[in-house]
Ligand binder design. Structure first.
Ligand code: ADP
Length: 328
């Protein structure tokens, strides 16, 4: 059976981008057709300025939302990254396989490092090495496929490069993984700035739909989405990114096709109204289930404990093999 690994960073509240780009497919497809592991990758939340209590709270909320969205712990393995030491163990070995040059070329390092410097903050070394830890997350499990949004393509490429390099130099140890993306909404854009992605750690939430936003807030954010001064509803991501984004979101929610849907609408208002309704419909059961699950913390603890045990058992043989292969 094919092995799948993917994760979510607890750096903010989960967004519609996380759901449509990743979580939705994990629930509907991936967990049923593969031996799948899904992780709250909390070590990755420490690469930028962070508040310890907030990271802990957000980790738990992310795990609860993953269950609420429909991940079934009897079918897949759901765990918190820091509960499984193998990730950090393997990361060091892979740091001895990667070069500083290839890490400095990673777009997220350039962007987030630049933002931190501009805010007068120092840049943590872990922001540079973060993609190596992500490679360890993936390679530790002999992962075949990594279902992610398009923003993660470069990171999965690095994991591939490191796996190939390690295997050539020290003998076959790692499966070489590949990224897979959803066919629509692989990159959900910010509703107020449709040229940048809807990211959970952005400072302003006006263009971001959070999975736990109140329904009236979701409605308002979508009705106020920036479109453009045109009149016709056309699917053209380059010149009409705001409208294309709404069409992508609506398609992902209803299973339609953005180009075909464009032909159905004569005004932006009608498109926004239907998009808001579709998103509310998608989020309603998740919100309800989240409230039920959050009321039973013992259950979440038990799921995460069992998930970590299972993940550890799966990762250890590969990580031990990597230590032996490299000469330890
Ligand atoms: P974030 O950028 O929200 O911090 P994470 O690194 O936690 O995202 O990513 C979790 C998953 O959600 C990844 O597979 C990522 O590709 C996906 N994802 C995040 N934002 C978006 C978006 N705006 N559109 C599509 N997918 C996204």
């Amino acid at each position: 059976m094919k092995r799948i690994f993917s994760g979510v960073k607890p750096t903010g509240h989960l967004t519609l981008g996380n759901h449509l780009g990743a979580l939705h497919r994990w629930v509907e497809v991936d967990q049923h057709q593969a031996d799948a592991l899904f992780s709250v990758v909390d070590l990755h939340a420490l690469t930028v300025e962070h508040d310890p209590a907030r990271v802990r709270r957000l980790s738990r909320q992310a795990a609860t939302l993953m269950l609420a969205a429909g991940l079934d712990p009897d079918v897949c393995t759901l765990f918190v990254q820091s509960h499984v030491d193998e990730h950090a163990r393997l990361s060091y070995i892979l740091e001895c396989t990667a070069t500083d040059g290839e890490l400095r070329r990673v777009i997220q390092y350039k962007e987030k490092g630049g933002q931190a410097r501009a805010a007068g903050q120092s840049v943590r070394l872990s922001l540079l090495t973060y993609p190596v830890l992500m490679a360890a997350d993936i390679l530790a499990y002999g992962t075949d496929e990594v279902p992610v949004g398009e923003d993660q393509t470069q990171h999965v490429e690095l994991a591939r490069d490191l796996a190939v390099r390690f295997n050539q130099r020290y003998g076959h140890t790692f499966t070489v993984p590949r990224a897979t993306h959803p066919t629509v909404a692989a990159r959900v854009m910010d509703l107020q700035d449709p040229t940048s992605k809807m990211g959970k750690s952005h400072a302003s939430g006006a263009g971001i739909i959070y999975l736990l936003d109140e329904p009236d807030v979701v409605h308002k954010k979508i009705m106020r989405a920036v479109t453009d001064s045109g009149q016709d509803v056309e699917y053209d991501p380059d010149s009409r990114p705001g409208v294309a984004n709404l069409l992508e979101i609506l398609s992902a929610c209803t299973g339609g096709n953005p180009k075909e849907l464009a032909g159905v609408y004569e005004s932006y208002g009608a498109l926004k109204k239907d998009t808001a309704e579709a998103v509310l419909e998608l989020l309603r059961p998740i919100r309800e289930r989240h409230a039920e699950l959050a009321a039973d913390p013992g259950h979440i603890d038990a799921v995460l404990r069992k998930g970590a045990e299972r993940a550890r058992e799966m990762a250890r043989p590969t990580v031990d093999a990597a230590y032996r292969a490299i000469g330890l």
